[in-house]
Design a binder for this molecule. Structure first.
Ligand SMILES: [Zn+2]
Length: 171
């Protein structure tokens, strides 16, 4: 009896995992990225996640010299341009520090890899009352970026389309 129960449990867990993967798969839509910015006082964390196709140009595992070069260039470009993509008010004196920029491939036959970039941000002054300008216009394959910003008590959301978008950090 115990064996049967364990078996059933395994089957149902497996189907839950499969469903979850399907949902994530559906969420991965080329041209659509997510950005989250979370600040605790003067220290912030930025996470940008996009289908790799929209940033790197492909989603298979990079093995050839050409693909590795493309990936390296994409990572470097992203790091170089992060302060253009996300422009904090210059009077705040914010600086970005790269934590990681990687291409995350799915498990098994899932070839839909994501491009995930994480940065730490340190500002000299608090964000409240300032504005952030988002500009992803140079990333041609990106259609929109859903951004969530947490700064202390503030929770803001904005959708960044193919133009400069200004967000005021206030209620
Ligand atoms: Zn994909």
């Amino acid at each position: 009896m115990k064996f049967i129960l364990t078996g059933l449990l395994f089957v149902s867990l497996a189907s839950v995992a499969k469903e979850k993967k399907h949902r994530e798969h559906a969420a991965h839509s080329h041209g659509h990225a997510e950005l989250s910015i979370a600040f605790d006082s003067l220290l912030g964390q930025v996470e940008f996640k996009s289908p790799a196709e929209s940033i790197v140009g492909f989603e298979h595992k990079a093995t050839s010299e050409k693909d590795l070069q493309k990936l390296a260039t994409a990572r470097m470009d992203f790091e170089t341009n992060i302060s253009k993509y996300i422009q904090f008010d210059s009077t705040l004196g914010c600086t970005f520090e790269k934590k990681s920029i990687e291409m995350v491939t799915g498990a098994g036959d899932d070839l839909h890899a994501d491009f995930v970039a994480r940065f730490d941000v340190t500002c000299a002054k608090p964000l409240n009352g300032s504005t952030i300008v988002f500009d992803f216009t140079s990333v041609k394959k990106l259609k929109d970026v859903d951004a969530t910003i947490l700064a202390g008590e503030l929770q803001l959301k904005t959708e960044i389309r193919k133009k400069k978008t200004t967000l005021e950090i206030k209620n």
